[in-house]
Design a protein around this ligand. Structure first.
Ligand code: GCB
Length: 649
């Protein structure tokens, strides 16, 4: 790949970024579900795949690989979807590939979908990392910037004009990161010919996880009637025993449509209903949505059925059902309140990461992780460092696990990533994120970034804009970003609602000296609180532990050392949670893959579980602690080994 190729690739990304700024948010992004008026066909599974290994990665576009079956353009291999492509083959070049890869699948579309002109057929990709272009039967239908959010296209017209029921889906995906992408990255050409061959380049990033790529979430075809429910926004509150659900329904495809909204309890009883696209539903004797371990009946979800009936023409009806949890979130100078009761985050930071599939969505993994979180008494997690699959948020809604929802603003360390183009993309990203996740009761706070260089002068303006824009999109949730900066130099902290601090005492600072943790952590908390008088979450802390490595007295990288670090942090948390510390999130739930470096031994080992989800000593320590805290702050549970199983069945 010559430098002109990289520039062209970067230009292509940039143009796409700009075009997404103009295109974003014309439509809603409801999760596709079946209903009497909607069908869903999952077209994930086995796709075919070809990496464009041409020096400039541009052959696929030059030769228009989307115009004919991919297998006719050259050699193809099998590729599962959803999955990252990196760890699927034995080829290190595929693992570390940078540039365009091409996916293709032939599917059949039910004849009735095509014949019924009142049916809208939509193609949706849950997410693909990072930049994607989509064709159907050789016709471009959309493109999307950003690796962690869904995108879709109405393909009814294309299907009806091309070959009818046959649908050849081609998706080109490029994982190149630039200074303006989220996360940012740079392509560096190595010019010393005595050390590197001509055209040699690497991708530099400032984040600590492997830049897995490919189609990471399910690909779906779904239908709606032409006159359809485009978006629903709910906001909830309550007063005494009355719950209030305000709703706003947007309808597309018809100017004359009658909207009806019905709210049902879990036993199917209708508890409130209204006509019209906006309004407020009143629920007497409300069952609030409570977090796991905070109430004996947590995660109560009502079911809101929205139906839209086209009053003219063919009288089509569209029906969409949305789970609704009624709850409030507030922040004071020392507390985080859910339903007006103090909530203490005792939880984890996660990654979407596993053997073989990388960041590919996988139900067995998702369910296992929720079982583990409930087993250890965790009541919350942060979606470090990007938005997770919607199916994961739905699980959290159903199990009462509270979420800090993070955008992929990770590794913003270069001053050039604080410019106008970056900010515009970041604002658009928050719009797309809020649009997708606004209705989840589990989501209680937005995190706009992780450890940006918040001491650099542009950060003040940047975060003021970002936080206030996010608040304008959703006034019902607090906004934060995660800092690792010094309290005295952090320019964004004045704008956030909650201070979230990462620190690694006795690891990156004073390695080996766990005896310093108490002093340094107390100082950290007192400084931040003293300056801002805002509640604080310890949003990361931890130490690497190679599973099975032991030493007593503890040494770095052993399970004993990880335990000792945790214990020292916990002593301080137990003092400060009586004052203004409102949460602790361990780094990390499980070991995860990173790029190769001299400080990582096949990935980051700060998990309290291995990458295969087996507990290290630290997991048992946290389990004791989290259940003890739950007993003190929740409704009083007995510590039962079988609790997790009985509560999940
Ligand atoms: C951090 C980062 C996280 C890293 C972690 C570590 O501060 O937010 O992405 O993985 O430290 O282990 O270095």
């Amino acid at each position: 790949m010559g430098s002109s190729g990289a520039e062209r690739a970067a230009e292509r990304l940039l143009l796409a970024a700009l075009c997404s700024v103009c295109q974003a948010l014309q439509d809603g992004m409801l999760f596709p579900t079946e209903s009497p008026s909607r069908e869903v066909k999952d077209v994930s599974g086995l796709w075919i795949f070809r990496a464009d290994e041409s020096p400039e990665r541009s052959r696929g576009f030059e030769q228009q690989w989307y115009k004919s079956p991919l297998a006719e353009t050259g050699p193809v291999i099998d590729m599962p979807v959803p999955s990252s492509y990196n760890d699927i083959t034995q080829d290190a070049q595929i693992r570390d590939f940078i540039g365009w890869v091409w996916y293709e699948k032939d599917v059949w579309v039910p004849a009735r979908w095509i014949q019924d002109r009142g049916t809208r057929i939509v193609l949706r990709v849950g997410s693909a990392h990072y930049y994607s272009v989509l064709w159907v039967n050789g016709v471009k239908v959309t493109e999307h910037v950003g690796g962690h959010l869904p995108f879709e296209a109405d393909i009814s017209g294309v299907l009806r004009q091309t070959s009818g029921n046959q649908c050849r889906i081609t998706i080109a995906v490029n994982n190149t990161l630039t200074l303006e992408t989220l996360p940012p990255g740079t392509i560096q050409y190595m010019t010393d010919r005595s050390r590197y061959p001509a055209g040699y380049f690497v991708q530099n990033t400032n984040f600590d996880f492997f830049n897995y790529a490919g189609i990471h979430r399910p690909v779906l075809l779904y239908t709606t009637p032409k006159a359809h429910i485009d978006d629903i926004t709910v906001e909830t509150t309550f007063s005494d025993n009355i719950g209030l659900v305000s709703f706003n329904v947007s309808v597309l495809g018809s100017s004359k449509a009658a909207v009806k909204v019905t709210l049902s309890a879990q036993d199917g009883r209708c508890v409130a209903s209204a006509d019209g696209s906006r309004g407020v539903l009143k629920v007497t004797d409300v069952n609030l949505w409570w977090p796991y371990l905070m109430h004996e009946n947590p995660a109560y979800l009502y079911s809101m059925e929205v139906s839209v009936h086209r009053t003219s023409e063919d009288g089509q009806t569209d029906v969409y059902t949305l789970p609704v949890g009624i709850r409030t979130v507030k922040v004071t100078s020392t507390q985080f309140l859910i339903n007006n009761k103090p909530f203490y985050f005792h939880g984890v930071n996660k990654h979407e990461d596993a053997d073989i599939r990388g960041k590919g969505f996988d139900w067995p993994l998702v369910v296992k992780d929720f079982n583990l979180m409930k087993w250890m008494g965790a009541n919350s997690f942060r979606t470090s460092h990007y938005p997770y699959a919607e199916e994961i948020l739905q699980m959290a809604d159903r199990h009462g696990i509270v979420i800090i929802d993070e955008c992929p603003g990770v590794g913003i360390k270069d001053i050039r990533s604080f410019g106008n183009v970056s900010l515009a993309h970041h604002l658009t990203f928050m719009e797309e994120l809020v649009r997708r996740d606004k209705n989840h009761p589990s989501v209680v706070m937005w995190s706009v970034a992780n450890e940006p260089a918040s001491e650099m002068p542009p950060a003040g303006f940047y975060f003021k804009e970002l936080v206030s824009h996010t608040r304008s999109l959703d006034s019902s949730r607090p906004v934060t970003y995660i800092t690792a900066s010094n309290y005295a130099r952090d320019l964004g902290a004045p704008y956030v609602d909650v201070i979230c601090v990462n620190s690694y005492f006795s690891w990156y600072q004073d390695p080996g000296h766990t005896e310093l943790i108490g002093l340094q952590l107390n100082t950290q908390f007192d400084n931040w609180y003293g300056k801002y008088q805002k509640p604080i979450i310890q949003s990361e802390y931890g130490a690497d532990a190679v599973p099975g490595l032991h030493s007593d007295p503890p040494m770095m990288f052993t399970e004993e050392y990880q335990k000792t670090v945790l214990q020292n942090y916990h002593n301080v948390f137990d003092q400060k949670r009586k004052e203004f510390v409102i949460g602790e999130l361990i780094w990390n739930f499980a070991d995860f893959m990173t790029s190769q470096s001299i400080i990582r031994v096949v990935g980051n080992k700060k998990g309290i579980f291995t990458r295969q989800r087996q507990p290290k000593a630290g997991a048992f320590l946290l389990r004791e602690r989290y259940w003890r805290i739950a007993n003190e702050t929740g409704v009083g549970f007995t510590y039962l080994g079988h609790f997790c199983c009985t509560s999940l069945i």
